[in-house]
Design a protein around this ligand. Structure first.
Ligand code: DQA
Length: 152
């Protein structure tokens, strides 16, 4: 099972950005935690970051055929990235949208996501742990984890 973890604009400078909002972990640390968690869940994670929407669309088009699901923090493209949204929808893969900060508790313009309507779900405001929660949930869903398996 392969999950694409995609980070949009400005997430390459995590750790230097406002730490009170985005936390103090660098993107490489988050990616490494995700890869470790995926390993224990017997899944593979491929990570990618770009500051440019076209490059993100190219990556999604190139990699989606060999992937089972997508976790994406689209950065500010969340709020206006229609070609990113279309590229994600075209994959027909389950997409989980993640935000480090709570986009509903900030400026008004951040509360609208053009990605959310085509996403399986969204996690917002849990910091780097939101990525881990997204990974665990997506893998469980893809493996078909049902209530019985959880109760065991
Ligand atoms: C973000 C929230 C966006 O509004 C912002 O533009 C980002 C990061 C987050 O993870 O909280 O770059 O997606």
């Amino acid at each position: 099972m392969k999950i694409l973890v995609i980070h949009g604009p400005n997430l390459n400078v995590l750790g230097k950005r406002d730490k009170a909002i985005y936390g103090d972990k660098a993107l490489a640390e988050i990616d490494s935690l995700l890869k470790k968690r995926a390993e224990t869940l017997k899944a593979e994670v491929m990570t990618f970051q770009s500051n440019s929407e076209g490059t993100l669309v190219d990556f999604i088009q190139e990699q989606s055929d060999s992937a089972d699901g997508i976790i994406i923090n689209p950065g500010a493209l969340t709020h206006y990235g229609y070609s990113l949204r279309d590229a994600l929808a075209d994959t027909r893969l389950p997409v989980v949208e993640v935000h480090l900060s709570n986009i509903y508790a900030r400026e008004e313009w951040r509360a609208k996501s053009v990605i959310a309507p085509i996403a399986r779900g969204q996690i917002s405001g849990l910091g780097w742990r939101g990525y881990i929660a997204a990974l665990e949930s997506l893998i469980a869903e893809l493996k078909g984890a049902d209530e019985k398996k959880i109760k065991k």
